[in-house]
Design a protein around this ligand. Structure first.
Ligand code: FE2
Length: 206
């Protein structure tokens, strides 16, 4: 009996290698050093409220506090905008809403979460050898989840993505994702950004 297969909805994530990666990495390492020093004097910018990221992080609007992060976001925005033009996505303008640095020490992780309806970006700055994985979760697979292979990451409700230092991944922020625990004594560093898609419309005068 031939069972036919029809793809209905397919989610995609996209990735590229960050140009001038080592220059950006140096700046990001410096910001973490500043934040860790400032923590001693209670001047760090980490938000007080707990969120899905169970790790250290800078303020959500770190691009407004550290000019180099503004520069980084502009560079990434340019790459995304070129991609949007080339692929013909219906996103006339991208506006940066949030930008922050995460750094995970041993056992720290991020629980599954989604972002607002944004184009979300993760720049993997220092992640190799931490044993942690960035995971996408499907919220749709209740019945047809594969279990035969018996390995957590081989089921069709969870996708691990292979990244290296310098990878930048972007995706629809509505797709649930998480970061598994840092299993090492090495610090795991990422930069996250959310870009809002803004549509040009004629202003109506009343
Ligand atoms: Fe996230």
């Amino acid at each position: 009996m031939q069972i036919n297969r029809l793809k209905i909805f397919t989610d995609e994530a996209f990735y590229f290698d960050m140009p001038d990666f080592y220059v950006w990495k140096k700046h990001i390492d410096n910001i973490i050093l500043i934040e860790e020093n400032n923590e001693k004097n209670n001047l760090h910018t980490e938000p007080e409220n707990e969120c899905n990221v169970r790790a250290k992080r800078t303020a959500w609007n770190s691009h407004a506090r550290y000019p180099v992060l503004e520069d980084l976001s502009l560079k990434i925005k340019q790459i995304l905008s070129d991609f949007i033009d080339k692929e013909g996505y219906d996103i006339p303008n991208l506006v940066l809403r949030d930008c922050w640095i995460n750094w995970y020490t041993k056992d720290q992780h991020a629980t599954p979460h989604t972002h607002d309806p944004d184009l979300s970006v993760v720049f993997f700055v220092d992640v190799e050898d931490s044993g942690a994985n960035f995971l996408f979760h499907s919220s749709k697979n209740f019945i047809l989840t594969k279990t035969k292979k018996d390995k957590l990451l081989s089921v069709n409700a969870l996708k691990k993505i292979d990244v290296k230092n310098g990878s930048v991944v972007f995706f629809d922020g509505a797709i649930p994702h998480s970061v598994s625990s840092n299993l090492s004594d090495k610090r795991r560093v990422t930069v996250a950004m959310n870009f809002k898609a803004v549509y040009n419309s004629e202003r109506n005068e009343y």
